[in-house]
Design a protein around this ligand. Structure first.
Ligand SMILES: Cc1cc2nc3c(=O)[nH]c(=O)nc-3n(C[C@H](O)[C@H](O)[C@H](O)COP(=O)(O)OP(=O)(O)OC[C@H]3O[C@@H](n4cnc5c(N)ncnc54)[C@H](O)[C@@H]3O)c2cc1C
Length: 342
């Protein structure tokens, strides 16, 4: 890797002046499980590394505030490790999130990787990660995956010059749960719905997220607002080639309010993961389930709607039926059905 200057500020306030307003010369370091690979492969060549590892307090904590008649409002600091999300008792009402965290990579990565790093990690496209290939994201003229090896790439490709899949398995459940992101920069603090924190990049000065180069993700908050008399149903289901140390081929995360007697679903949110350059909210799928009693049949109809916009590449058509099954299974799991597919 190239030489760099290493900074280890003790607070977010000390970290901010070390950042710059353009990408490339500075990188934030959290657990390092993504960044170190990029440094070693010369995919990222910063002159300055600003480590977040010495920042204590809320940045590294999960806190919960009870809400009357609702699941608790939970805030997860960006520096919280994946293992602590997977094992948190405060997050017990949010199995979509804890099961997704528990399935990321293997124990080593979960013990080092953080929420902030998971949401801000760079994509794993092999053309992007190959030092010798100048793809669109590195200033080249074309996305090689369109005509090349694309079995793990996006199936929602329309309008996307670059067909990466967004790599975060935590983003879909958080978006399904209606999470908001808290962000800080030298200009002050801002908050936005988490789905707005992602974009499909197509050039070197864009990342997979919409944070500015001088911004730091502070935390993510989940605060459900369910209709009276309902309970929160949520689940994440992923299909992987290997049980451990692998990314999902497809993922579906769902959250809805469910009426205990009728099993009717309301305020449905369905998010598709690892199938598009961003985590993908599917209003079409949500609409099919909204107001309906959750059954095998209604879950299947919603799943069929989720894949309508899919335009797979030459080698990844297999992901389409897989995604359909994942959406159906996530809905059924959330509603409390016992899995009959294992
Ligand atoms: C074998 C393997 C399998 C994996 N499988 C999965 C998987 O299934 N699902 C999945 O989601 N991930 C998977 N990962 C990726 C892993 O989850 C990420 O590497 C990890 O979450 C990154 O966290 P980190 O703290 O180590 O980030 P770092 O490597 O330290 O940082 C990653 C990026 O995020 C930025 N960043 C970090 N924190 C902040 C912040 N607070 N504000 C702004 N920017 C920030 C950094 O600048 C950097 O660019 C896998 C990784 C490996 C090696």
């Amino acid at each position: 890797m190239n030489n760099f200057t290493y900074y280890q500020p003790q607070s977010v306030a000390q970290a901010l002046p070390l950042l710059e307003n353009r990408w490339g010369r500075v990188e934030l370091l959290a657990g390092g499980t993504d960044l170190l690979d990029r440094l070693k492969e010369y995919v990222s060549t910063p002159e300055r590394i600003v480590s977040l590892t010495a920042i204590e307090g809320p940045f590294r904590e999960i806190s919960a505030i009870p809400q009357a008649g609702q699941p608790p409002k939970v805030t997860i600091g960006a520096g919280v490790r994946l293992v602590d999300i997977a094992e948190s008792k405060l997050l017990a009402p949010y199995p979509a999130l804890t099961t997704a965290a528990a399935q990321i990579a293997g124990p080593q990565i979960r013990n080092m990787g953080t929420l902030g790093g998971s949401l801000c990690q760079r994509n794993r496209c092999w053309y992007f990660r190959d030092t010798h290939i100048q793809c669109l994201l590195k200033g080249g003229r074309k996305c090689y995956a369109h005509e090349g090896e694309n079995q793990f790439h996006a199936i929602f490709t329309q309008g996307h010059p670059c067909v990466i899949v967004h790599p975060s398995t935590l983003a879909p459940p958080l978006i399904a749960l209606g999470a908001t992101a808290q962000i800080v920069s030298p200009r002050g603090n801002r908050e936005l719905p988490l789905e707005k924190m992602f974009q499909a990049p197509s050039k070197p000065d864009q990342r997979e997220h919409t944070l500015a180069p001088d911004e730091i993700l502070l935390s993510v908050t989940v605060a459900p607002n369910l209709p009276p008399g309902t309970r929160l149903a949520n689940a994440s289901y992923e299909v992987k080639q290997k049980v451990t140390s692998d990314w999902p081929l497809v993922q579906a995360a769902v959250a809805f309010a469910i009426e205990p007697g009728s099993q009717r679903a309301r305020n449905v949110r369905i998010v598709l993961g690892h199938v598009a350059p961003t985590p993908l909210l599917s209003p079409e799928a949500a609409q099919e389930l909204e107001g309906k009693v959750v059954t095998e049949a209604t879950a299947a109809t919603a799943a069929a709607a989720a894949i309508q916009g899919a335009r797979p590449l030459s080698q990844n058509g297999y992901k389409v039926p897989m995604l359909k099954a994942a959406v159906k299974r996530a809905i059924l799991l959330a509603a409390g059905f016992k899995p009959d597919w294992e």
